[in-house]
Ligand binder design. Structure first.
Ligand SMILES: O=C(CO)[C@H](O)[C@H](O)COP(=O)(O)O
Length: 210
């Protein structure tokens, strides 16, 4: 099981400073969608250059032009790139084909997919690397969490690895780990804490003991 730190509400220098604090406790650093919107793929390039030993995920949430957008993220140095499960199969197939060519990985974000079980099975047959359940900020604010959805995809997905994101905190991490995802994605649960290194270290301990 791996731990991914999601950076969303920071600029490039703030993001690099933050990762320096927790570098040894995480496996993957995510350049979140708001950073890509604010700073472009330069943020991915800057993070990869600053931390060549970490994997960098570009949270592009690709909805169209799968092959092209994967190619651009790969050029910037991303190791993993996100595509939306809500898009059509052609976009996902194009993304997977380009990612394989570039030796990169595709994580499909199932945010707001209504027929989760059925779509997870379909996406699983397209050769993607990860299928991720995700409760976004707006639904987190309404009290929702991704924990039940994780059980759903754990039962449905046979080929891809599974991932979970959306409001995970140190207190809720043990419940998440019980469902045995391959990847746990944490943003505010680390970035919003006063002692980020302490929380990240404890999260790494829990994730590694599985
Ligand atoms: O992709 C995202 C928002 O769309 C976030 O990166 C993801 O939800 C993790 O952040 P948090 O743990 O703060 O919810």
């Amino acid at each position: 099981m791996k731990l991914q730190l999601a950076l969303d509400l920071v600029n490039i220098p703030e993001g690099i400073a933050l990762v320096k604090e927790v570098e040894s406790y995480i496996d993957i650093v995510e350049i979140g969608t708001p950073i890509v919107i604010n700073e472009g793929l330069h943020a991915v390039k800057a993070m990869k250059e600053a931390f060549p030993n970490l994997q960098v995920l570009a949270d592009l949430k690709i909805m169209d032009a799968g092959g092209y957008e994967i190619m651009k993220a790969a050029e910037a140095g991303a190791d993993l790139i996100t595509v939306l499960g809500a898009t059509n199969d052609s976009t996902i197939k194009g993304a997977v084909a380009e990612a394989k060519k570039q030796n990169k990985q595709v994580l499909v974000d199932m945010i707001n997919v209504p027929n989760l079980e059925q779509r997870a099975r379909e996406v699983d047959s397209l050769g993607v690397d990860y299928i991720c359940v995700h409760t976004g900020y707006d639904l987190q604010a309404e009290g929702q969490s991704p924990f039940e959805d994780l059980q759903t995809i754990k039962a449905a997905v046979k080929n891809a690895k599974t991932a979970v994101a959306g409001g995970i905190k140190l207190e809720t991490l043990p419940e998440v780990i019980k469902a045995q995802p391959d990847l746990v994605i944490v943003g505010g649960g680390i970035t919003g804490q006063a002692d980020k290194a302490k929380v990240a270290a404890e999260m790494q301990r829990l994730v590694q003991q599985g």
